[in-house]
Design a protein around this ligand. Structure first.
Ligand SMILES: [Mg+2]
Length: 183
């Protein structure tokens, strides 16, 4: 499958003031191991992340690259890697289709990796992740890390369902490896 991962709140700790440096990028427990398990099972993995901190002028593209270098270095220690990282740098007031809930990043990934939505799953913690995935027609898993508990508590509109709910990326990985999706 093609596995699309939101970044903040799924792979690393979400921060209300944005991840602005490699030091502020802190992996969630078990996330690296989960990505390694997905790669061992031959799945393709892409990150699809909104980073309005760029559009807001808080960090530069170069700084973001250094943050992602830390991510990739840590994964390499576990003999795994991410196949592609999609970033929507748009500020919310100047959003394009790339910024979730837009489906632009997902559509770009489906095209690049030549996967159908039915063979693609997105793992996210925010409603806009699920909205983007629903718009593209791929499977959706909500993790309870990051904003996930609040997203679940706030309730999901019928057009976002079905959504599988996992404790964290490790459990979402169990679902994916077992082909278990809510239907
Ligand atoms: Mg998130």
């Amino acid at each position: 499958m093609l596995v699309l991962l939101d970044r903040d709140g799924v792979i690393n700790e979400d921060r209300p003031d944005f991840v602005k440096s490699p030091e502020e990028f802190v992996f969630l427990k078990g996330a690296v191991e989960a990505i390694a398990r997905l790669k061992s099972a031959q799945h393709l993995i892409a990150i699809v992340t909104n980073q309005s901190c760029i559009g807001r002028g808080i960090i530069t593209e170069e700084r973001l690259a250094s943050i992602h270098q830390k991510l990739c270095t840590e994964l390499a220690k576990h003999q795994c890697s991410i196949d592609h990282i999609y970033v929507a740098p748009d500020a919310p007031w100047n959003a394009t289709e790339m910024r979730k809930p837009g489906a632009g990043m997902i559509k770009a990934a489906l095209s690049k990796f030549r996967h159908s939505p039915e063979n693609t799953v997105l793992v996210g913690d925010a409603k806009r992740d699920l909205q983007a995935a629903a718009a593209a027609g791929c499977h959706r898993i909500l993790v309870q890390t990051g904003k996930g508990m609040k997203t679940q508590k706030d309730g999901l509109e019928p057009d976002l369902l079905p959504v599988s709910v996992a404790k964290d990326l490790a459990e979402a990985t169990d679902f994916i490896l077992q082909g278990r999706f809510a239907a």
